[in-house]
Design a protein around this ligand. Structure first.
Ligand SMILES: Nc1nc2c(ncn2[C@@H]2O[C@H](COP(=O)(O)OP(=O)(O)OP(=O)(O)O)[C@@H](O)[C@H]2O)c(=O)[nH]1
Ligand SMILES: [Mg+2]
Length: 713
């Protein structure tokens, strides 16, 4: 392969809603550039980009794939990203390292929820963006509608570069407004003929061309002057104006495509070569402390690892972008993020599963290496001469949204499962693993049901670990609604030393600012801030030495034991005030354990008579979906015990906010995904605890009683 310097490398992330045609477009670009002799297709499961077995099985992208084409004098590195928001982590890291983003819109659907979701990240990183309306050959394609939606969503920066003629199955002509030419493709696609714009399109094309010229001139005073002088701009001047506008997010050029029929990709690649901003055009990266990072192609090396993946038979592959200098195989680099050194044994450029070894990679390029010792995603490696402590901002991934409990089918694999899950998390930070002490479960938190299923698939196929998903338990809480009292005598006299302790106590619902108990003199109060939220207030109201002071801590211990494992369902108890007001001791048999048991049992009894109330965690769920789906979504929310708290309109979408019990959220998400065909977008944040409905409380406490009587507790 030709060696490309930093001025002739362009990194493009292909992004867009699910099934908009990104992977098909990649295939077409590789074919057009002569890198593959024949185009594969999603339907046949033989594209270069979707090479993972799971992708071929499912017919959609799961991982971001690196590919490259050589088009004229440029190397275009392409990152083909998945559209389903289950795999948003792959999209974010690709956006992070690209120079420009290519947002693919489906001509049938225009701006979709997925488009919006991904746009948040493009916007955040301020990456120059090209828009491409794809699938113009499809039966229901509607270019004008897609364009209107794009203008309304992306704003006035949308700049029409092309428009289609005869869209639908007979689509084969594109009017290009920069070149003022018509491209006419053979019916089966391929190399177009360049023809004059037909007479009947002249007026429209000229008007749009003038808009384009104005747009290009708008961001450059010199061009503006030229435009006023000449009344127009030539192609070179237009390119320069568009390039500038793209850098400031003031121009989003919009192109026309049929990726499947191979129409329009050559022109798009030409535009990427000559107009789209490259590595050196973008402002230099900023370090964590806001200082600019050196970006000297001939200076000391710095690379950013944006992705790692464990592949069967190969091991760990680490993908990186060279941010400064030039890197060579065999180089030793310092890990600025995690410490330690790493040797770059081999360097490769990548095309899906094919890796071609190279000796060096220059600033701005993307490549991969194998078998890094410890370095993981989101870390920076530099050579010794790079200024120390200058680390680029790492990627911030969104918090997970769904969860499941996971167990190894074979108990002996428990430890291995823990290690592998930690490794998968380091590859994919959007998947979070937690051992939850309260629930006594290993919980896998992911971006969506599919994300979790793909993780299971990886565990089984890549790591050869058989696992089962189980329902993640709900962290219920228990509390009480009215005061009650109880007495418990613990007495044991069989064999050796006896045990004796008797406790009288009162319990009350605790709330902030409640007055102190009046019926007993309070000698001492201990306030326990509970790790799981809420409080336990413990009053010592013993008079006349009925119980020795030294036994009070044991009584508190007994109470705390029941606070840990509530009497109703075994969940944590919160917000209770306990006043120990009387009791009895035995001169010989009383000891700590006796009072601990008496305290625990008295508390348990009092609790059952104090109108116990089970509380459940509730999440504020925000669902965004197209207007037409709102009725179905509302009823789905309501059938999952949700309380609607607000509905807002937002650029063609409705945003519904509701409080939904956690016990319902997982089922709600999959129901929403089904009824909206993946078009609904859901966000959820923990909002607090609310009482469980009486029927459900009865069912849960009966279930618990059964396990108790089976001796489980
Ligand atoms: N008619 C038509 N179909 C297309 C075109 N481009 C892609 N498709 C079809 O649309 C479907 C999705 O294509 P993909 O290339 O997998 O889309 P994607 O954007 O990569 O999808 P995800 O990776 O799952 O987000 C496939 O069935 C393609 O054959 C096109 O230009 N015209
Ligand atoms: Mg794809």
């Amino acid at each position: 392969m030709k060696a490309y310097d930093e001025k002739h490398i362009k990194n493009i992330a292909l992004i867009g809603a699910a099934k908009s045609g990104k992977t098909t477009l990649c295939e077409t670009m590789l074919f057009e550039a002569g890198l593959i002799p024949k185009r594969g297709s999603i339907e046949e499961g033989n594209t270069i980009s979707d090479y993972h077995e799971i992708e071929q099985e499912r017919g959609n992208s799961v991982y971001a794939t690196c590919l490259h084409t050589e088009w004229r004098d440029y190397k275009i590195n392409i990152l083909d990203t998945p559209g389903l928001d289950d795999f948003i982590g792959e999209v974010i890291s690709s956006i992070r390292v690209c120079d420009s983003a290519l947002m693919v819109l489906n001509a049938q659907h225009g701006v979709e929820v997925g488009t919006e979701l991904i746009w948040d990240y493009v916007d955040q990183y301020g990456k120059p963006t090209i828009l491409a309306v794809n699938q113009l050959d499809s039966e229901n394609s509607n270019f004008n509608q897609a364009l209107e939606q794009a203008k309304s969503f992306f704003g006035p920066a949308v700049t029409v570069m092309q428009y289609p003629l005869d869209q639908g199955p007979g689509f084969r002509r594109i009017i290009d407004l920069l070149k003022m030419t018509m491209y006419q493709f053979p019916q089966e696609g391929g190399k177009p003929e360049k023809l004059p714009i037909p007479e009947e399109e002249q007026a429209k094309a000229t008007a749009l061309h003038n808009d384009l010229v104005e747009k290009a001139a708008e961001h450059d005073d010199q061009l503006m002057e030229l435009y006023f002088e000449k009344g127009t701009l030539d192609e070179e001047e237009l390119r320069s104006g568009l390039h500038k506008g793209m850098l400031n997010h003031q121009v989003f050029p919009l192109f026309c495509l049929s990726a499947r029929k191979n129409m329009g990709s050559g022109r798009l690649m030409g535009f990427i070569d000559h107009v789209a901003p490259g590595f050196l055009d973008l402002p230099p990266e900023k370090g964590v402390d806001g200082k600019e990072l050196p970006r000297d192609p001939r200076g000391p090396a710095c690379l950013f690892l944006f992705k790692t993946l464990q592949e069967p038979h190969i091991g760990k592959i680490s993908f990186f972008k060279v941010l400064s200098g030039e890197i060579h195989a065999g180089m030793e680099l310092q890990n600025q993020t995690a410490g330690g050194t790493e040797r770059l044994n081999q360097l490769f450029i990548v095309d899906g599963k094919n890796r071609n070894p190279v000796n060096q990679l220059k600033a701005g390029d993307i490549g991969c290496t194998l078998k890094m010792k410890t370095a993981g995603s989101n870390q920076t490696l530099t050579d010794r001469n790079f200024p120390p402590n200058l680390v680029p901002e790492s990627i911030h991934f969104p918090p997970p949204r769904v969860r499941t409990a996971i167990v190894a089918r074979n108990k002996a694999d428990d430890e291995k499962l823990g290690e592998v899950l930690a490794e998968i998390h380091s590859e994919d930070p959007t998947l979070v693993v937690e051992y939850n002490r309260e629930l006594r479960q290993v919980i896998l938190h992911g971006q969506g049901e599919l994300h979790l299923l793909v993780t299971r698939w990886r565990l089984e196929h890549v790591y050869k670990l058989q696992v089962d998903f189980q329902a993640a338990k709900i962290p219920y809480r228990e509390t009480i609604q009215k005061p009650s009292t109880a007495t418990y005598r613990h007495k044991k006299q069989s064999g050796g030393a006896g045990q004796f302790g008797e406790v009288y106590l009162k319990i009350e619902p605790y709330f902030e600012g409640m007055p102190q108990v009046k019926e007993f003199p309070v000698r001492d109060t201990e306030v326990v801030e509970l790790a799981w939220g809420g409080k336990l207030v413990f009053n010592n109201c013993i008079v006349g030495g009925a119980i020795d002071n030294r036994f009070l801590p044991s009584i508190l211990k007994g109470v705390m034991e029941k606070m840990h494992e509530g009497p109703l369902t075994g969940s944590y108890v919160r917000d209770v005030r306990v006043s120990v007001y009387d009791g009895k001791m035995h001169p010989v048999d009383s000891n700590d354990i006796s009072f601990k048991i008496a305290g625990m049992m008295a508390f348990r009894e009092a609790f059952h008579q104090a109108a116990p109330q089970l509380l459940e965690p509730v999440y504020e769920v925000e669902v965004s979906a197209p207007d037409r789906m709102i009725g179905d979504i509302m009823s789905e929310l309501q059938s999952h015990r949700s309380i609607i708290i607000g509905v807002d309109s937002h650029k063609g979408y409705q945003v519904i906010r509701a409080n939904t019990p956690q016990a319902e959220t997982d089922r709600l998400y999959s129901a929403l995904r089904n009824i909206s065909q993946g078009k609904a977008r859901v966000k959820a944040t923990f909002s607090g605890y609310t009482p469980v409905p009486p029927e459900l409380q009865k069912k849960l406490s009966e279930e618990y009683r059964k396990t108790e009587s089976n001796g489980v507790h």
